[in-house]
Ligand binder design. Structure first.
Ligand SMILES: Cc1cc2nc3c(=O)[nH]c(=O)nc-3n(C[C@H](O)[C@H](O)[C@H](O)COP(=O)(O)OP(=O)(O)OC[C@H]3O[C@@H](n4cnc5c(N)ncnc54)[C@H](O)[C@@H]3O)c2cc1C
Length: 282
């Protein structure tokens, strides 16, 4: 029997927090830097993301930090857990990596960490991954998401070709959460208030008169509303699958570990429900 190639454990990057900034009451920026980013590179995707590693409380890991060794020597419950964050910006000259965190309360790891972290703290992460960038051949672009997708939407707006026709919708809790970007594109800010996450966003995209021509879409955020928008795009508007970047970035009531574990099955179920009524791939 042919020998299977050994599965390589990716090598984490180590960085230091250089500075933090409160962008809005519920969005904090953390800028990472240091020599540990010497071998970090990012391509042209505007949805690049990294996976931050949070060590188990009270556990000291061996140095140099080696995920393969940790997985071999530590019980599973002591392995670091990951939290996924978009590369809002990467400056290879200054070697600075900018991440924006939704501050969503006391629950969880990454949100509370970003609310309290100070310059100097060590951060380890894997990545980057990512696949979307605005298609310069598209006739128009749809960008839609909640706060968690805002860093990717902002990076995408800043990378839009001049004169691109864009419809951008971002749902945030209220007017104090709106942000300004280095882009002339007008963003429709939807204020959630007391409504469930995604309700205002779905209604806004449902009410949109789609411009003529080929669209390229980026739709991300809480998995429940993402499912509804996927149905709208794939089933009602019959948009080809390859023209849509769409996924649940998080799931109400699930932490990232739980959501990531359930995501494959969730996606398969959504596909089974929606694909029958969608156009076949070209
Ligand atoms: C590719 C990708 C890119 C992402 N980019 C970003 C980004 O740039 N910025 C960002 O803030 N998030 C981003 N996210 C979402 C982020 O990974 C999740 O929100 C993650 O669950 C946050 O981890 P936590 O430790 O704070 O909370 P967890 O421990 O994962 O969850 C604790 C509780 O908080 C809830 N919760 C989690 N996120 C939110 C939220 N946004 N609003 C309200 N409740 C929430 C959960 O449902 C759960 O009940 C991205 C996700 C993916 C897959």
């Amino acid at each position: 029997m042919a020998e299977r190639p050994a599965r390589r454990t990716p090598k984490p990057h180590s960085a230091r927090v250089v500075r933090t900034e409160r962008l809005t009451p519920h969005m904090h920026r953390v800028v990472l830097g240091g020599d540990g980013l010497a071998d970090f590179t990012a391509g042209t995707s505007t949805d690049h993301y990294v996976k931050l590693l949070f060590g188990a409380e009270g556990v000291t890991y061996p140095e140099p930090f080696d995920m393969a060794q940790i997985r071999e020597e530590f019980p599973r419950e002591q392995w670091p857990v990951t939290r996924t964050y978009t590369v809002r910006a990467w400056d290879p000259v200054l070697r600075e990596l900018t991440l924006d965190f939704v501050i969503h309360g006391d629950e969880g790891l990454a949100g509370p960490w970003a609310a309290r972290v100070r310059a100097g703290e060590l951060v380890r992460f894997l990545g980057p991954g990512g696949a979307y960038a605005p298609d310069t051949e598209a006739d128009w672009h749809l960008l839609a998401g909640d706060e968690s997708a805002l860093p990717a939407i902002a990076a995408s707006l800043e990378a839009m070709p001049d004169g691109a026709q864009v419809r951008a919708f971002v749902e945030v809790s209220g007017p104090e959460e709106e942000q300004k970007f280095d882009s002339d594109v007008e963003v429709v800010w939807l204020h959630r208030g007391d409504r469930p996450v995604g309700e205002a966003l779905v209604a806004a995209v449902q009410g949109l008169e789609f411009p003529a021509g080929r669209m390229h879409a980026f739709v991300h955020g809480e998995a429940g509303f993402v499912k509804e928008l996927r149905r709208l795009l794939r089933v009602e508007h019959q948009i080809p699958r390859e023209d849509i970047s769409i996924s649940g970035y998080w799931r109400l009531g699930h932490n990232e570990d739980g959501w990531q574990a359930a995501k494959r099955e969730w996606n398969a179920q959504v596909e089974a429900e929606q694909e029958e009524a969608s156009p076949p791939p070209v």
